[in-house]
Design a protein around this ligand. Sequence first.
Ligand code: URA
Length: 440
Amino acid sequence: MHFKEILEKKRNSDLLSEEEIKYFVNAYTKGDIPDYQVSALLMAIFLNGLSIDETVCLTEAMLYSGTVVDLSNVPGIKVDKHSTGGVGDKTSLIVAPICAALGVPVPMISGRGLGHSGGTLDKLESIPGFNVNQDLNTYKKIVAETGLCLIGQTKEIAPADKKMYALRDVTCTVENKSLISASIMSKKMAEGIDALLLDVKTGSGAFMKTEKDSEELASIMISIGKKMGKKMTALITDMNQPLGSHVGNALEVVESMEVLKGNTLPEQKDLEELSFILAAHMLVLGGKTDDVDNAMEMVQTTIKDLSAFKKFKEVTTVQNGNAAALDDVSMLPTANNTHLIKAEDDGYIQKIDALLVGKGSVLLGAGRLTLDTVIDPAVGVIVRKKIGDKIKKGDLLFEIKYNDEMKLKQSLSYFEESFLIDSQKVSKPELVKKVITDEG
Ligand code: URA
């Protein structure tokens, strides 16, 4: 079999066989096919699509490119949550310690920034010393002893996704249901979970712009998870404006810690609400209760008694991070400069286009433009007003945190064009559009 034949077939919209999919995934993981040829295949898949059968084969090939972790020694139902990607979407940093504090083990394998969206690993690495590259045995030990472990794809676990994810990020081949499903489900099925909550984003800052596409994506992933014997729930949630206020790696850690400490500002209420709803669904999947309202009350206790914040500090220490930086966030990377954008009119915020905010943040240095880009953990934007807010001329809309004047210049128009103010009243967007369980 030669890779060029596979490439040619997909370019011509032909179906790939199971052997062809297995061959290219294994050969690419081993380093036998160069990035430029796999980039071409990813673009052919992006343009011509994969059938459901091809998508399942790709997921399985990516899953078995590494080890499928056995966590049967850890008591309890192991539950994880994964988002399909958004802007300011930092809920993993909040829901994982909440659930672990309540006794639901959370083994979590996350990704880096992808396209215009942020990534949990980049956020965690902005905490000095935090190591997301734990080997298999250490990962298992941390889950067993701490109740959660936050890592990335490794050479041992989901190595195919590690390489393909990074390549998709810089080749504009992210927004495809099959590639997203295979990427998410290959690492989630490898991490040793019993149940998975999917946060499937919809709207301008999501990879799926319509609810119909988001539901289709959810149903592909639910059927893959069910086939592999996992309990699955998906929430379709709004991603038309950034979630919460902070966008950028260290900035998102700062905001997440405020939520865990119960100190949210009005512009952070959507983040707090969605995180608590997600955590409540994870508790239901984890068998702690069968009632979401009851689970919401359990979530509240972990904020009031600071047990979720303490759990996050504990896992940070265990993963070699400096937990003192979570108490004193001035120890996190901080940008040298701030540029303010203020309202030029009175009125109501009609729109804050999450896609433009995400793209602007990548250009500021929060994300990658090439495989070798070194991100700047300190930069990003703080969004001070949200859709539906009444504002007066001169009110602060955005605080842009930057280190490089040239990058600020390149990104500024994205932020300036992202919002729309008008005299008409608008209501706040509905956060959760739909809940889909594996029973339909
Ligand atoms: N999250 C992932 O892990 N992969 C994708 O492709 C998109 C979101």
